[in-house]
Every structure is written in structure tokens, then in C-alpha cells.
Design a protein. Sequence first.
Lengths: 365, 346
Amino acid sequence: MAQTLLRLEDLHTQFFTGRGVVKAVDGVSLHIDVGETLGIVGESGCGKTITALSVLRLVPEPGKIVSGKIEFRGQDVTKMDDEEIRDFRGNDVAMIFQDPMTSLNPVTKVGFQIEEAMTAHNRFSSSAAKSRVIELLKRVRVPAAESRVKDYPHQFSGGMRQRAMIAMGLANEPSLLIADEPTTALDVTVQAQIIQLMKQLNRELGTAMMLITHNMALVASLCQRVVVMYAGRVVEEGPVEQIFTSPQHPYTWSLLRSVPRVDEARKDRLVSIRGLPPDLVNPPPGCKFHPRCPFVIDRCRVEPEPPLEQVATNQVARCWVLMSNVKEEDIAAAKTSALSLDAAKILKQDLAVAPVDEVPSNAGN
Amino acid sequence: MAVTAGAPLRRGVLPFIAWRPKGRTATLAVYIVRRLLWMIPVLFFVIVITFFLMHQAPGGPWDREGRQLSPAVVNNLNIKYGLDKPEWQQFLLYVWGAAHFDFGDSLQSPGQHVSTLLLESWPYTFTLGAATFLLLVPIGVGLGVIAALRQNSWADYTALGMATVFASTPNFVVGILLIIVFAIGLNKLTGGNFYLPTGGLPEPYNPFQVQLLMPVFTLGALPTAYIARLTRASTLETLRQDFVRTAWAKGLKGRLVVTRHVLKNSLIPVVTALGPTFAFLITGSFIVETLFSIPGIGRSFVTSIESRDYTMILGTTLLFAVLIALVNLVVDVLYVFIDPRVRLSD
């Protein structure tokens, strides 16, 4: 058994706005083992980033961790005092943010910003920190690292800035690196380089990684395990191959269907998940995904939200229906229509009259 | 090759044009010299505009209320000061003189050079303005930063409330209230010692004595409030930036997050605003100088306009133009040091 590094238990993080209480993270439980890479996927606004920020207790105002446990190596992060949490951030758990263009201080030298991450903690002496900056930049493959340390962020390209951010994250050799959409703001070729780099670092340093993304391809190439989140809840969790080959929650299925895959014939349409993630002030009753679900049954609307139940070895899902119980023809219908099953049935009748050309579109953003 | 042929050729033909100094200090020096040279055409146009606008104004320097000077006297005065010549000749003569740092004699203070008068009165204005500025920067910036860091606390509301009151109260109201309260109401307590008596300045003159407190407050209340509000807004905006979150995520101490990451960025626009504020303060305020009987340049400027003292008007305007241009230059150079993204173009 691998040793558990981080465990979230029934975490609730809420935002107290004028409109009402937004339940951004609504009872999330998950864990990461030492050296493991966990992917957290879901659309924008489903609570992925807030979950990550909760781990570092950096939830912005007016947000608050309301209840739940965040255990890191057995210590509850939510109960740490100011000095403990400060020393925890960047030292035990480091975080890389989405947009490298705005995540670096524009008026401070890049080298100093990395050095500062080390001098904030006691792992390296200030002279060791200085020399380690170049070493770190070399490790994340910044060319001419010796001279780039004296550069300012505006002299770095987007990819280079994200490398610098990763170097900063790795500075204190944290046991967990949280990467929040690390490649979203970068162009495709640079994305591939960054992914390659993160993969290698995880292998070489044994740093556990929590990868937050809506990019399924990124999850497939980097992660061992996946947590799928929807409306602040975990809806499915399991090993990455299992989730990709037999997703059980319709939401996971839709997410996977919404991106093109190289390894499949192009006979299938891309499925767009219609509508938007629910309003987290007033979530729908029953299963929160039911208004958008292509395989919705009455039970989903009427009964309280289904619990997370074991659906296969190491795989859990929160669904009454489960994809393994959906008939082939219904799946085919959902695929062709890219709409809900009800709408698809109506559409099927219409199809007899006139062919409808549906433009495939991407879910997520 | 064709691509590289141009450069050595140009350097060979016109070596002084192709020559560029190397290094940061040299670039800076060249930049400053260029900006100083640019002041010459700027000042020329300041003279053009002031000169002709001034002569458009009705009346002249010899007009008096009640009994007028006799035409013969006016004629003699006009000849003495060259006002009998056509306007364009007067203009050229003035520009020629100004180019030789001769700004003529004051029309209303016979026998006194404009430059002498300005050098006599400006130090009073400058010391008042500089003293105000020295208090304004720490108070305005400090209040703004504290208000931003403690947003929505009582400290924020107090600072913001005071800033709003002072930003919207004209200085003649502030000044007169101060006089009523301190100089008249509390006269027994203060011995009337809170402002300069109309009789003149005490000798030797010390700008930092207590007499300056009231004029400094009157002059500085509004710009301090303005700077405080600007600092607060700018700091609040910076606090929400991604790189500040990065700094917290690194585990930096709060004090370092604020000084290294927040303030280093949020104070850049404040420095930009402080330049014009300084220029405003050291060019004097007619109201403050009149209320507190300070023989400064702000008062003499308004008086010279009223009495159509043409040479004084031109001289004062030129002095103001030079001061403002210099302050702007200082701010632009400072920018290079506080914001690495700013590059001087040569």
C-alpha cells in the first residue's frame, strides 16, 4: 500500500456573496498518495481550483473553508496557525497557476522570485538558495539560465515563464505540486514541452502532483488516477485507463466524448454538453447533472443525489443510471444528436423528414 | 551581403549620426540632455502663447482706477519700456532677451528686474510647497496603503471619509476655518502664532517653524486626500493580482508580500501622480499665500496679471513652465528605476 500524502475529507468551501451562499466545494473527499499524479477534471466553475486553493488555505474573499478536513501527512491543514500555514505553503505543497503571464511579479527579477521561494523557508541557506536558482532553471530547461536569472518576467516568453513558475514550485522540493491548468494559457507546441517536463520531473523527483484541468488529453498523458468534479462534488473517481475506457458517470462520458481522439475512427460526432454548469447558489434538486444529462431517468429528478458507489475495482461513481446500464442505441442516439436523449428521440422523428446537420462543438472551454 | 551592406556604409558617411553611446548610464545621460534641449522649443511656444494672449487682454499696465495718469506720462513710460513699438517687435525683443536670460524690468516695480523679483518671492513658495510635499507623501501614501490593506475596516472608512471630505473642500474654506479656530478662537492659547502676521516675515526666516503649519495644512489637504485615494485604489487593485497570490502560495511572510510584491507595483501610478502634484505645490497658491500673508510667487503672479505687468506675467509663466518640465523629466527618469518594463527610447 502506498502511503497517503494528502487526504481531503468532506471538504466544504463556500462563498458568502450578496446573492447567497455559493457552495463552490460541496463535500469533496479525495486523497493523493506519495509520488502519485492525480488529475482533477471538470468544466470551468465546478470547484476544481477552489479545491486546490483550499488545500493551501488561499481561498479568496469572501470564500471560506466551512467544514471538513485537509490532512497532509496526518496533520490537519485547517487547524494550522498563521506561521504553520505560511511554512506549509510552497514548502510542503507548492502551486503553479494557470496564467504565467500574470503570475509573476512584473517588477522583480525572475531569479529573485525563485530565490525568494526558498529563503521564505528554512530548507536552504540564503547562499545555497542563490546558487540553486540557476540549477532549478536548468532543470526546467530554461536556456542560458545563468543570464536569464537577472531578467524580468517581460523578457521571458509565455512558455519560459511557466517553466520559471515550475522551477519556483519545485524550489523547496515539495512532496506535492498542485498545477492549476498549467498549459491552458500556452500554445500547443509549448504545452507539449511543459507536459513532457512535468512528467519527467515527477519521475525524477518523485513529487506527487495534483493536476487540475479540463483537458482530457493532458490527464491521459500525465495522471495515474482521475477525479471528475461537477458542481462542487466528486462524481466519479478511478484509475485513468479505466475512466477512459469505461466511464460510468454520464458527465465523464460526455467530457470524454467532447474532445476529438486520435485513436478512434472519425465516425462519431463530438458531443457537446448542452447548457451551463448549474448555479451553485441554487443547485437543481436530485442529481445536479440531471438537467444536462443525456441519459436522465425520473429517479434522477425526484430522489436525493445518489451516493458515490463502487462501480468497478478502484472506481466509484455518483449516478443512478451508470453508463454500463445504458443501452447501445441510446448511446448512439446521444452521440448523433449531441443533445439530450429526449431531444434526440424527437430529432430522430424529424430526421425522417429532413436531414439536420449539427455542427460538432467542444464542451469545456 | 545585401542585408548587411547598409549599416557600415551609413556609419562611414555620417559617423556622428550612427554613433550611439553604450551602456545604461550613457543612454540615460543622452536621454536627459535630449529632454533638456527639447525644453527650448517648448519654452518658445509658451512665450508665444502667453505673449499674444496677454496683449489680447483689455487694458494696459498704466491704467489706474479713478485718476488716470496723464497721456504724456503714459507715452514716456511706453517709450521707456518699449511698449510703443509694434507688438511683433516687442515679441522678438523679449525672445532675444529671454535667450540671454534677460527677462526685463517689472512694469509695476520700477527699476526691479523680473528675475530678481522672482528669485525673491519664489523661495517662500518653494519652501512652503516642499514642506507640504514632504508631509504629503508619507501621510497620503501611508493612509492609502493602510486603508487598502484593511479594506472595509474602521481604519479604511476613517481614511476614506477624511480623504473624501478634504478632496471636496476648497482650500479657502479650509484656510479660513483654520484661521477662525486657531488664530482667532484659540488666540490666547497660541499667542496668534499659527500664521505669519501681515507685518511680514520674521528674521531669520525658517521655513519649518510652526507658523507654516496652517498654510501647509491648507495647501496640502486636497492633494494629500487625492494621493491617499489614488494609493488606496491602486493598492486594492494590485492585491487582487495573480502574482500576489503566487507570493502567498510561496509561503512568504505577509510583510514581504506587501512590500516586495504589492507596493512595488501599486506605487508606480502614485509616483506618476506625485510629479504634477509637486509641480502644483511649488508654483504657489494665490489663495493660501493671500490668506496667510506669504509673499510668494502665487500671489505676485495673480497681482501681476491684474495690473498687466507684462514682463512679470511672462517671467512667472516661464518659471512655471521650466519647473513643470523639470519635474516631469525627473518623474520620467525615476520611472526607469522603479519599473523595469520602461525603456528610454533614444
